[in-house]
Design a protein around this ligand. Sequence first.
Ligand SMILES: [Mg+2]
Length: 343
Amino acid sequence: MELIFKTYRIKLKHAFGIARSSHTWYDIVYIYIIDGDIIGRGEAAPSLRYNESTERILSILKQKVKLPEDCTQRESIWNHVLPQLNGIKALEAAFSMALWDWAAQKQQKSVFDLLELNTDKMPLTSFTIAIGELSEIGQKIEEAAPYSILKVKLGTPNLDKEIMVEIRKHTDKLIRIDANEGWNPETALDLTKWLADQNVEFIEQPFPADQLENTAVLKSKSPLDIYADENSINSADIPKIINAFDGINIKLMKCGSLEEGKRMINLARFYDMKIMLGCMVESSVGISAAAQLAGEVDKVDLDGNLLINNDPYVGVSIKDGRIVLPEGTGLGLTVNSSSDNII
Ligand SMILES: [Mg+2]
């Protein structure tokens, strides 16, 4: 078994603006586990919000992450590799994906079969309208035609109503709001009440993650559900936030593995919290891996691959606004025919 890695620059169709940043591209890192004819693929999409970068990931990989001598069992490879990854969750997620992809292909099964995940009920997925020029909103709404739910990035309190008014000139679709920690306690309740009359489904992460008390006050008065994202990194966070949030957003890049994602689902169910499955801006490797969990959650927001114009892989697709898992074993990935230098 051989381990190789490669960086790849994913390019956005529109600048991806959120409350704290704006990007036209991201450098992601692919991990490949090669075992004869089988290639297990994983993707790390690092986030500066969590002190991760492509450079940090590459420096760890270049110091040589070592595989164990006995590479027959997925779990023993994972246990051997995990301590070498310096706690970088996006890199852990990439290894988790690659090892599950490899193990499932070896057993001629899909990853969701191997993990015994439900895939009968795939929720509708949302499509993101990021912060950008108001004049581009009409075109973005047009591009979102295949999706029945929109996720709108807000979090610039002075502009948020203006953005929503512009969007409502073009569509009356159900909208999820993601403030990305950008609101303040002085204006959040008024804004939430105003949004509640705008066919909005919920508010994601209104305040910075260290403002749990403010969030709990908003939750107690808000007509809309409040979901955690920056406050729900992994399962250990869930008991700490049950009074402040109605739901959580799970991302493989935050929690570091498919198993931890499933643990978060089980714990959120235990606490009667609602569950969304989300993503960073990622290609079809990361999105297809996350989608294995989609039948287990209430809401899906897996659109990272739809926002880029140079996805080198083909994996999940969308039918009638819902994710369709690819045929085939493992994660079901194939190389996009127009991509060079990709395995
Ligand atoms: Mg979010």
